[in-house]
Design a protein around this ligand. Structure first.
Ligand SMILES: Nc1nc2c(ncn2[C@@H]2O[C@H](COP(=O)(O)OP(=O)(O)OP(=O)(O)O)[C@@H](O)[C@H]2O)c(=O)[nH]1
Ligand SMILES: [Mg+2]
Length: 273
């Protein structure tokens, strides 16, 4: 049962208590502090269900943005970072397809040189979408040099930089992200123009900590919330925007190229009834 359905049941059940509301919010990854403050607000209301909707909407709305598309310069460099399997490469493919559909020329830098299969995965997407890919060649290059090569050669309007998945507490691998940014800055002092962190929304536990760590090594400017089709509990996104104040630039709703969209508070809340 979705957490909103569960909450609805609590609201309609006579004698449903604040404690039950708070527990459901905690279970849904809202975190104890936010769960308590939302419960206190809702408890004061005559219409708890609408109040919950409004309270959650008020927290999220200021941080919802369209997928950015009007770029101030060319090439506009977007780097994708995140923990293993959070959907970086798929998001790169979806964004490349989205930008191409908006009439932009998109190039991709395959900077996940960690696994050979990663470059292959991206090459298949690039071919399908019809965009150029810069990759490391046979002798494995380091990611920063692939990024440098790509930014110095690209003719695209947008350069999308894929990176390898890494655990946010692995300092050496996190340093590698700083190095990619620094090397790009030798060509363009503002690059990467945006850094998006991908979040697997089915894995709500430590997402705030993940983003906080990534932000120490690169300037995280947006969140892509992936796998919201996968029965996500969802509450962690409230903690993310409330604590870190970073906008949600897109959501991933599946594994195909078109499964990317603007975050919708209404859809997020639709199970509320
Ligand atoms: N259901 C669903 N699956 C997704 C979504 N985004 C990515 N996936 C799947 O999740 C798996 C991992 O996606 P990748 O894009 O390879 O993730 P990654 O972050 O690049 O992974 P690493 O490079 O290994 O760190 C793949 O099987 C994707 O098809 C999504 O929005 N919904
Ligand atoms: Mg990848």
């Amino acid at each position: 049962m979705s957490f909103f359905k569960k909450l609805t049941n609590i609201f309609y059940k006579s004698g449903g208590s604040n404690l039950e509301i708070e527990e459901s919010l905690i279970e849904a990854d809202f975190g104890p502090r936010l769960a308590l403050s939302i419960t206190q607000t809702v408890a004061r209301s005559k219409d708890p269900q609408s109040c919950l909707r409004e309270t959650i909407g008020e927290i999220l709305e200021p941080y919802v943005s369209d997928i950015p598309v009007n770029f101030s310069k060319k090439p506009f460099t977007i780097m994708m970072v995140g923990v293993n399997g959070s959907g970086k490469t798929t998001t790169i493919a979806k964004l490349a397809n989205f930008y191409k559909g908006n009439g932009l020329r998109v190039d991709i830098a395959a900077c996940d040189t960690f696994r050979a299969a990663a470059t292959e995965q991206l090459s298949v997407w690039a071919q399908r979408i019809g965009c150029e890919i810069f990759r490391g060649g046979h002798i494995q290059k380091d990611p920063a040099s692939v990024a440098y090569d790509a930014l110095s050669k690209t003719q695209g309007d947008v350069l999308l930089v894929d990176t390898a998945g890494r655990l946010h507490n692995n300092c050496n691998l996190m340093e590698e992200l700083s190095k990619i940014s620094k090397v790009l800055q030798k060509i363009d002092a503002e690059a990467p123009d945006r850094t998006y962190v991908t979040i697997d929304s089915t894995n709500g536990q430590n997402t705030v900590e993940q983003i906080r760590e990534f932000s120490k090594f690169c300037n995280v400017s947006g969140i892509v919330l992936n796998k919201i089709d996968g029965g996500a509990k969802g509450g962690s996104i409230l903690r993310i925007v409330e604590e870190l104040k970073i906008p949600i630039v897109a959501v991933g709703k599946g594994e195909d190229l078109l499964d990317i969209d603007r975050f919708s508070v209404d859809e997020f809340l639709k199970d509320l009834g």
